[in-house]
Design a protein around this ligand. Structure first.
Ligand SMILES: [Zn+2]
Length: 211
């Protein structure tokens, strides 16, 4: 275990050996059952950032968490116009096919995607257009904040914007209204090592328990 290879790809392959030892030798029942199908109760929309892997951060076992990742953990509004919607397709699969009971939008501190929006863009073909989804969040951020505070405020407001966008999907709105689905907005402060629960949308309440 202590002799980690230096090569990053060799590290992954060594990691796979440890994973295989654990789940196919020590706990084979886990994958014996999962081989017949998945039934996660929770789906999460998280950022691609290598520091915020939701299954690692929440210490989940295989099969527990349906994970959707994109730049800045954004949810687009429902736009069934026939272009390629990877995030919406994954959300649809989680909600309509797997019938998850909870959908979490997991924002995080020091998000490069949100920073690109706040700083006015990066030199690229796709990122700027994608992070425009969070423009309504940036509009809500008070202008008199320091650059760091501005970024944090925008990261958290973007989670709220994604929750609102989730409600533009009729089959999500319907499931929240009849209690089959709950929506959660979380924020992982990776510098402080804290998880902040920003908002929860359920059948009965539309509460925002900040703190
Ligand atoms: Zn990010």
């Amino acid at each position: 275990m202590t002799d980690q290879p230096d090569d990053p790809i060799d590290r992954l392959l060594a990691g796979f050996e440890r994973f295989r030892d654990r789940y196919f030798k020590v706990e084979p029942q886990v994958y014996e059952q999962l081989a017949t199908g998945q039934a996660p109760k929770v789906a999460v929309v998280a950022c691609c950032d290598s520091r915020v892997d939701p299954a690692i951060v929440t210490d989940c076992a295989p099969g527990e968490l349906f994970t959707i990742r994109n730049v800045a953990n954004l949810v687009p509004p429902c736009e069934p116009e026939g272009t390629y919607h990877g995030t919406s397709a994954a959300i649809e699969f989680a909600v309509r096919c797997l019938e998850v009971e909870h959908l979490v939008v997991l924002g995080h501190a020091q998000c490069g995607g949100i920073k690109a929006l706040v700083d006015g863009g990066v030199d690229g073909e796709f990122i700027d257009h994608w992070v425009e989804l969070a423009r309504p969040a940036l509009m809500r951020v008070p202008p008199d904040l320091s650059p760091d505070e501005r970024l944090r405020a925008c990261e958290q407001a973007a989670v709220e914007v994604s929750l609102q966008n989730l409600l533009t999907f009729p089959w999500i709105r319907e499931r929240v209204a009849d209690g089959r689905l709950q929506l959660h907005g979380w924020y992982f402060d990776l510098a402080a090592g804290e998880l902040k629960r920003l908002a929860k949308l359920t059948q009965d309440e539309d509460d925002e328990d900040k703190g």
